[in-house]
Ligand binder design. Sequence first.
Ligand code: SAM
Length: 291
Amino acid sequence: MNLYSSKEMTDLLERHNFFFKKNLGQNFLMNESIAARIADASFETVPKSGKKSLAIEIGPGAGSLTLQLAKRFDSVLALEIDPHLIGVLDESLADESNVKVVQADALAYDFSKVLRDYPEHSIAVCSNLPYYITSEIIMRLLESALPITSITVLIQKEAAVRLTSKPGSEQYGAITAAVGFYASSEKLFTVGPGNFIPRPKVDSAVLRLTPYGEPAVKVQDQELFFKLIRAAFGNRRKTLSNALSSALKVCYSKEHILKMLDLAEIDPNRRGETLSLEEYAKISDAFTNSR
Ligand code: SAM
């Protein structure tokens, strides 16, 4: 079966009475060479150490990317939420004995199981992600205890630009800072809407994240650090001191916030999106040390 032929894909889906669900972000990749490039970008991050390799795929759909992952990795674990795709995958991946398909919501999946089921494997995550879970699943994976060598994802281009933007740019947001705490990011290439069925409205892009192992900056209270970042980005038109005091007024007076910014040597009139992670860490530690 050729999964990249529209006719064969349509026949396969019809045989299983499958209908696309917009709310699950179902846009299937139909271009074999793009699927191969994404799988290559993921596989090249796996250390050639003699360890076995595992690809975790979120949302295999009908298997277009899974097939390419199965050719490169020793094992593939594919988590698909839609029960109507399980029969489709059984047929499309019938020859791929190294793929395990699990019907599960990736947002609720206990990733610690992977360590038990695939001990001693080098793990990479590779996926054409459903747009509605992009930030949440990336953060879940980065915060999990899984030793992941890379996360290679096809996502909306706008999200890829945001996640690779630098402090001070218009696209830099709280999610950019949060991801940047755990990983470096690179935008690899753009993929046009004509490569999917159904056709999405916007361009997509491949983003690769490489976790640092240790967070990018040292901070005494990680929860407070992220709370400050969210507060600072809560209202982009406000200065840092105004954004922090309106978001955190239940916990801290404006006077106290100004004092902490002064201790951290940060100008209170700056905007949240211009600060680096190191600067947020200095502010966060000033709050922690003043308790
Ligand atoms: N990988 C396939 C491809 O490239 O053709 C399909 C990609 S499609 C953009 C996203 C897939 O993720 C769909 O199959 C959808 O059902 C699945 N999905 C959506 N939400 C999910 C979730 N929370 N957990 C696991 N899979 C999910």
